[in-house]
Design a protein around this ligand. Sequence first.
Ligand code: HMG
Ligand code: MG
Length: 304
Amino acid sequence: MSKVRIVEVGPRDGLQNEAQLITPFDRIELIERLISAGLSTIEVGSFVSAKWVPQMAGTDDVLRAFIDRTDLSLPVLVPNEMGLDAALLAGAREIAVFAAASETFSKKNINCTIAQSIDRFRPVVSRAREHGLKVRGYISCVLGCPYEGDVPVSQVTDVAEQLHDLGCYEISLGDTIGVGTPGKARELVHAVGTIVPIERIAVHFHDTYGQALANIYASLEAGVRVVDASVAGLGGCPYAKGASGNVATEDLVYMLNGLGILTGVDLDRLIDVAVWISAELGKPIGSRVGKAMAGDRPASVARD
Ligand code: HMG
Ligand code: MG
């Protein structure tokens, strides 16, 4: 039976865009609950400027809480060498660098051009690998940019090739503003797949236009086996106005269960996590499956 590895990005991509700041203590609890639900790859935060993204302050404390969990993959986002130094100090075993396929987005997000970002990542990736860390590479705006509109596939394949050449073991294709549709997603995966082996490609769909599951299904048909998702559909992107959360992990798990694809995730427990974090944030669950399955289970149920 086939398997999909889910990269849970709720504690990072989800919480980075929530207006309400969640303390490192509660972020740790969220991650513990996600682990109990069976998730074993969880992006736990980012080492970026707290002036730019205050929600991710304290990621060092969050990471240190899981220092002994060598059985898990707990990547953190790192934009530059300063972020790498902080990640190393906190005991990171995996980092992710993040580039964009659109110049304007690159400048708004990390304050440099695409070429400058690749130059910045070069020492980050090589030093990280010298320390034995795994490095993942993200590309934002792969199917559209909030500032530039359509993004040519060739801009994505260019960046994918550069990140892969730098030494990223996996390239995550980010539809940051969720504008993609399945035909375009399939075409993109095929194009990147001519440069990066398909088993090294992950997909990262935001669900702004309700296309995320359809895009994931098209990507699975094209051979992708790693999918990013965010519990309760949390989040968005601070530098992409109107971007809604990533595909909700529970929506994804429900679809994969129906397809007979293994994920290792217990859907019922995951719903408890979605109920709990939504209550913490004081908002309704942002997923269809969450709404359908949560019923009237109180958030306190999940507070064992
Ligand atoms: P900058 O202002 O160009 O950098 O920011 P700088 O080197 O000139 O430094 C300015 C200040 O930032 C200095 O502090 C530095 O010390 C500090 P000051 O002297 O003013 O007090 N600084 C840092 N502090 C902590 N950690 C660091 C760091 N680096 C510098 N690593 C920078 C450049 C990249 C830091 C900034 O633009 C930044 O932090 N941006 C945030 C980017 C971000 O987190 N975006 C969201 C994540 S990406 C995303 O969501 C997309 C994704 O999900 C995929 C998808 O959906 O497409 C991955
Ligand atoms: Mg994202």
